[in-house]
Design a protein around this ligand. Sequence first.
Ligand code: NAD
Length: 509
Amino acid sequence: RYPFSIPSTAHAQRLYSMKHSAPQLKDQSLFIEKAYINGEWVDAKSGETFEVHDPATGKLIGTCPELDTSDVEKAIEAASEAFPKFRTTLGRERARMLRRWYDLVIENADDLAKLITWENGKPLADAKGEVNYAASFFEWFSEEAPRLYGDTIPASVPGNRVMTVKQPVGVCGLITPWNFPAAMITRKIGPALAAGCTVVAKSPQETPFTANALAELARRAGIPKGVVNIVTSSKNTPAVGELLTTHPEVRKVSFTGSTTVGRILMKQSASTIKKVSWELGGNAPFIVFDDVEDLDAAVTGAIASKFRSSGQTCVCANRIYVQEGVYDEFAKRFVQKVKDFKLGGGFEDGITHGPVIHERAANKAHEHVQDATSKGAQIVIGGQRATALGPNFYHPTVLTGMTKDMLLASEETFGPVAGLFPFKTEKEVVDLANRAEVGLAGYFFSGNVRRIFRVAEALEVGMVGVNTGLISDVASPFGGVKQSGFGREGSKYGIDEFMTIKSITFGGM
Ligand code: NAD
């Protein structure tokens, strides 16, 4: 399954013989089975660990420390101690640190991509794309760090002068998911460090090794000890989450993950009135109008948006609405593309789609398919597990004849299942699109400029793709509305999440 030769170092040999599926890294020292606290690689005080498995093969990748709250307290203390010095480090110096970190990520992109594929399962080419996307947040925010301007404001009281300064909020607790093991973390740490904050990041239990490799590169980039701490946990995660959201020294919590967990963290954060931002689940509508100018582009956009990372991105098209005049032709061309997919382990040559993260995810995809077919949908392709490949593989699936009473219409599938819903009018489809409780991304294809403005403004989402299925860009603000959360990442706004505005009034001038 893995096209790698047996690695040469003793450590890597051991890994290879023990686990058989270890990819050969150019720099094997980036594979670290520890947590990173106060500039040191540490184990849990209890000595406990948890296992991490390759989603493609089920084989053991390695173990990480099962930290408990006493370990994480140490990380918070380290971040708290590092903060006074780091906040006063010149913006230009923080920029240089982030730039060095960016350079190291790019230099080690191949190894980082292999780690991502190994623990997340996505095809190696996609993992490389993720590394570049992840690195772009360090580059972007290194450019923002020296330009944290305040205002001078004409006062409304005679003789007064008002100015504002932007200041780092303090220690930040960051929690991220496994679906982008590198990018979800850098999208938070980049702006946090640019602002002058220090961080304790809880990495996802499914994909802790990518986060650890990033931390090792932070160390090599000369980021001072205590500024970046990476804590690892699996079963202790709810307790660790509670500590991060209630500890008085943690001033900001930024979470990316499911709406269910976001809701818990938001309640917990209330006790100490933390500054918070939530990047939560989506259920993106993808609409194709009869007046689409290029139907092939709409098909390509829908394929990219729906099936990237086997349907496991928060901005994945979940409900594909196609107007009656182009429905049949769209469905035909869409299915044709899905037929060309090649499912397999992320390291295999020529594969286009990998496994889902775990069996629960495959079960959820299947549940959505069964629910839809029991209510009258037809399976055009897929609709079952790829059991020959392993328990975490699900055949890319296309369903037609979808209706609004089906689970897929109201719940995020987070798997490789595309449901095509027919619709008649613009009003009908905008109402259907806006029925969701969440509102992260939405897409539509149309060649009518008046409709383009109307629909873009009417969709209740934080991000709209018009005549494109790909919207992620470091320059563009990323975030949702409704139960997809609030706060924006990337862009010129991302850094504001980690800063406070202080106004200073001068009297008797
Ligand atoms: P999840 O909410 O189960 O887990 C996300 C993170 O939270 C993980 O690190 C997990 O260990 C941690 N966690 C779980 N329970 C916790 C608790 N009680 N306290 C503290 N931390 C806890 O989500 P997931 O299944 O890992 O990720 C998929 C979800 O993430 C999807 O809903 C997806 O849409 C969403 N997502 C959103 C964005 C965005 O930018 N809006 C990006 C990626 C993923």
